[in-house]
Design a protein around this ligand. Structure first.
Ligand code: NDP
Length: 337
């Protein structure tokens, strides 16, 4: 049983030495237990927070403990009355090949599943995050302008496509021309801008001639600086993530722009609200699953994954994701099914 543990806490961007690959015997399930074999491991930006011991909404991974993460597994052996060998389950085994479970918290996916890994993406946590943050907090209306960054990742891509379903003018922001082309040609965004461009702020102003009504915040940093002056009266800003700052070791250099932010919120009566999907919306998962399942069947939502083979490649892939080297939802194929 190969597993990746947190070897040390990162200072700034994580490096390979923060992880350690260990090998242990495959455990044997006792009565009432089942043995899960990880086939798909999800890599997500929140894991950077779990590597740090700074206060957060969820406790950190202990040094020496297995890195946490959502997984889609096969039941390899079962001594549990409710599960049988061969079933697919969605769980939280983390960065390892096998896990013993007592069944708590597992979601059954069935025996024959068309795209098992999608339960970690568009049909799972990131898709749900996009759906609730946009619809419940963003409240998009037809004809409004919606802006979202990390536009080809699982959250941003889903936000923009739901925005189109709701009749919005959707402007995406992504890193590089290839991702931007994908956002327009495949995902159906109206426009997509490269945040690396020197004149990015001017390009954004031009792309949003009527201002911004909903800014779905995934990244913070320079992107937010460009968005702030364009927000309309009564704009909504679901604060979902701030990935540009996850590796930061201190606050950015001044000047202090907090008064500008507060003044803008006040004068334009803007609603800005943070949320944590697992804490705020678990009670609405069925509504999401039903509607998203239908949209996918109807071809209204497209989904792109970036598959990396081998558990041993998880650290490098994770480090790259935080820098935008991924193109689509990052999943590790831990085992061939
Ligand atoms: P992605 O797959 O989109 O990966 C992160 C992306 O962020 C990178 O690919 C990169 O895309 C972009 N990025 C990185 N650095 C910068 C930067 N400095 N400026 C602009 N963009 C940057 O991730 P997800 O779709 O899984 O997650 C998107 C956001 O949603 C994250 O902030 C995440 O933490 C948050 N989230 C929040 C949840 C909640 O409950 N609140 C739940 C799930 C996710 P590019 O190359 O295109 O710039």
């Amino acid at each position: 049983n190969r597993r990746l543990v947190l070897a040390s806490r990162p200072h700034g961007a994580p490096v390979a030495d923060n992880f350690r690959l260990e090998e242990q015997p495959v455990p044997t399930p006792a009565d009432g237990q089942l043995l899960l074999r990880t086939v798909w491991l999800s890599l997500d930006p929140y894991m950077r927070g779990r590597m740090s011991d700074a206060p957060s909404y969820s406790p950190p991974v202990d040094v020496g403990a297995v890195m946490v993460g959502g997984t889609v597994s096969r039941v390899e052996q079962s001594n549990h009355p409710k599960f049988k060998a061969g079933e697919w389950v969605l769980g939280y085994s983390g960065w390892q090949e096998y896990e013993l479970s007592d069944g708590a918290g597992l979601v059954k996916l069935g025996e024959e599943v068309e795209n098992p890994s999608w339960a970690l993406g568009v049909l799972g946590m990131p898709g749900f995050t996009a759906y609730m943050g946009l619809l419940d907090i963003g409240q998009p209306k037809a004809g409004e302008t919606l802006v979202v960054a990390a536009a080809t990742g699982p959250v941003g891509a889903t936000v923009g496509q739901i925005g189109k379903i709701k009749g919005c003018h959707v402007v995406g922001i992504a890193g590089g021309a290839e991702k931007c082309r994908h956002a327009v040609d495949v995902l159906g965004f109206d426009q997509c801008l490269d945040h690396h461009a020197d004149d990015f702020a001017e390009q954004l102003a031009q792309a949003c001639p009527k201002g911004i009504d909903v800014y779905y915040e995934n990244v913070g940093g320079k992107v937010f600086d460009a968005v702030l002056p364009l927000l309309n009266t009564s704009a909504r800003v679901p604060v979902c993530g701030l990935v540009s700052g996850y590796n930061a070791t201190s606050l950015p250099d001044g000047p202090d722009r907090l008064p500008l932010l507060m003044g803008t919120l006040l004068k334009k009566r803007i609603r800005m609200q943070g949320f944590i999907i697992s804490l705020d919306y678990s009670h609405r998962i069925h509504e999401f699953q039903e509607e998203m399942g239908r949209w996918i069947k109807e071809g209204k939502i497209q989904y792109r994954e970036q598959v990396t083979d081998g558990l041993e490649n998880a650290p490098q892939t994770f480090i790259g994701m935080l820098e935008g080297k991924n193109f689509g939802k990052v999943v590790i194929r831990v085992a061939k099914d």
